[in-house]
Design a protein around this ligand. Structure first.
Ligand code: G1P
Ligand code: ZN
Length: 542
């Protein structure tokens, strides 16, 4: 039986950088989930009888929301739901399933790298038929609908068993429960030289992978250990837990510091990697060297042709604006296009669909390619492994040679988390008001060459996205960028991105924070961070 239930709108269901993210108790309010899912469905057209993919990263509240989503999909006329067994699908795996089975779209349930648990974060994101996050015009329509919604539809079908692979009926609709790993593993085998990687592991290559008790555990076990022959215990913390073991499943130098420490020891493995809550981010650390995500993007682009899936070369590279310009130098050398987009993976979709870019990346540990329409943590790890297997050099040698050839972009991000929203807004508003007066002014030895608020013109659909981050460019190519996070659930997070280019190999061995010291001071002076926020240092440095 299908019921139409009366409801009243919530005013705060605006999707951010990556879907709707809130604390679990917010999602647990009466009809909160139902309102949002109905607002998504109401913003779509002509999905009757079509397929909807549903999966999440297994965090607290995942199963409850999946049951609601299935019952609402049935009531709204979807013909089929494909769901990962146990409600599990990593974000890149969900993207692949949408594409492979030509689904109408998908609901990806995750708050990515944010912590999980009864008082932590949850999220719902809608992805379109290309497998990628809904573009802004769709998310805006969803938000508009959520402010006016007065009823939702739900089918009384009871609990659907999502723990057994196979098909079950839910009212008129079919629910297909699939193995969350198999299709993804097959896709990876089609892109990379598994034979060469197997040989590398067989000859003693040592790797450690931290799944951070998040969704990549089962994927890493199957691909790294079962298919590639890496020794048992290569994957750590591989059992997904609803609260990620109480940690932040964010693979950065703060929340995966243990991995960094392990990789800096003399007897460290050859390769260390980690992924985040929903499996789309990656952390890459070689024996004795951390590879910044911006450098990793450049290195993967420069070496991608060594993997079978990319042997014909790349069509272009895309990076988010705050990501360092290291990839630009690779694109220039390869003679291919380079695209600079606002923060968030949704801006890469059009470029990938139009065949303008093959590889994309963000400084926030996201890298991916046209194989899906999300960033993909294990994909980055496997491409690295493929490159290591072919080049037979250490990560450190590969990175230092790359810098010698292209120059080094020293890069760091300083986050000021959970700042009072008004104070964080004051930093950005004041900067914005002063933009036109900054060029020509000096801070110590640094002279401002240009300053703007980044605006993006999408070359494919010609949409405009304004106010995407304040850039202060200095003479000589250094820059600082300021923007407010669109994924936080507590106050505001101010992100400050700092970059300096150094061509001279003799100066490539500096400590990153030292190499950026004058820019860090300049950033505080220009933006008055301490003055406005009362914070004398960042909460997180990556
Ligand atoms: C952050 C990252 C961004 C990434 C997003 C989703 O967004 O900065 O690159 O796409 O998470 O993983 P932000 O919080 O900065 O808006
Ligand atoms: Zn993520």
């Amino acid at each position: 039986m299908i019921r139409t239930v009366k409801t009243t709108p919530y005013t705060d269901q605006k999707p951010g950088t990556s879907g709707l993210r809130k604390k679990v108790p917010v999602f647990q309010q009466p009809n909160y989930v139902e309102n949002f899912i109905q607002s998504v469905f109401d913003s779509l057209e002509a999905f009757q009888g079509k397929t909807l993919v549903i999966g999440g990263d297994g965090r607290f509240y995942n199963r409850e929301v999946i049951q609601k989503a299935i019952a609402m999909a049935a009531a709204n006329g979807f013909g089929e739901v494909i769901v990962g067994q146990g409600g599990i699908l990593s974000t890149p795996a969900a993207s692949n399933i949408i594409r492979k089975y030509k689904a109408f779209g998908g609901l990806v349930l995750s708050a990515s790298h944010n912590p999980g648990g009864p008082h932590e974060d949850f999220g719902i994101k809608y992805n379109i038929s290309n497998g990628g996050p809904a573009p802004e015009k769709v998310t805006e329509a969803i938000f508009a609908r959520s402010k006016a919604i007065d009823s939702y539809k739900i089918a009384d079908i009871g609990q659907v068993d999502i723990d057994k692979v196979g098909s079950v009926k839910a009212g008129e609709m079919t629910v297909k429960v699939i193995d969350p790993v198999a299709d993804y593993a097959e896709l990876m085998e089609s892109l990379f030289d598994f034979e060469a990687i197997r040989t590398m592991f067989a000859s003693g290559f040592r790797m450690t992978f931290d799944a951070m008790h998040a969704v990549t555990g089962p994927y890493a076990k199957e691909i790294l250990e079962n298919r590639l022959g890496a020794p048992n215990h290569t994957a750590h913390n591989f059992v997904p837990l609803p609260d990620f073991g109480g940690h932040h499943p964010d693979p950065n130098l703060v929340h995966a510091k243990h991995l960094f420490d392990e990789m800096m020891r003399d007897d460290a493995p050859d390769f260390g990697a980690a992924s985040d809550g929903d499996g789309d981010r990656n952390l890459i650390i070689g024996n004795g060297i951390f590879v910044t995500p911006s450098d990793s993007l450049a290195l993967l682009a420069a070496n991608a042709h060594l993997a079978p899936g990319y042997k014909d070369g790349l069509k272009g590279i895309a990076r988010s604006m705050p990501t360092s310009a290291a990839a630009d130098r690779v694109a220039e050398k390869l003679g291919i296009g380079i695209y600079e987009t606002p923060t968030g993976w949704k801006f890469f979709g059009n470029l990938l669909d139009a065949g303008l870019a093959t590889i994309c990346g963000e400084e926030s540990a996201g890298t991916g390619s046209d194989h899906v329409r999300e960033k993909d943590g294990l994909w980055a790890v496997l491409l690295w492994l493929n490159i290591l297997a072919v080049r037979k050099e250490s990560v450190k040698d590969i990175v230092t040679k790359h810098w010698a050839e292209y120059g080094r972009n020293y890069y760091s991000r300083h986050d000021y988390e959970a700042v009072e929203t008004e104070r964080a807004n004051a930093v950005v508003d004041e900067l914005r008001a002063r933009l036109s007066t900054l060029p020509g002014t000096s801070l110590g030895a640094l002279r401002v060459a240009a300053a703007d608020d980044f605006a993006y013109h999408d070359p494919v659909d010609h949409s405009e996205s304004r106010n995407q981050g304040i850039r202060i460019m200095f003479e000589g190519g250094s820059r600082v960028v300021f923007r407010l996070s669109g994924t936080g659930t507590e106050g505001a997070t101010l992100r400050v991105y700092i970059e300096r280019y150094e061509a001279d190999p003799a100066k490539h061995g500096l400590d990153t924070q030292q190499a950026l010291a004058d820019l860090i001071v300049a950033a505080d002076e220009i933006a008055g961070i301490t003055k406005h926020t009362g914070r004398s240092k960042p909460t997180v440095i990556t």
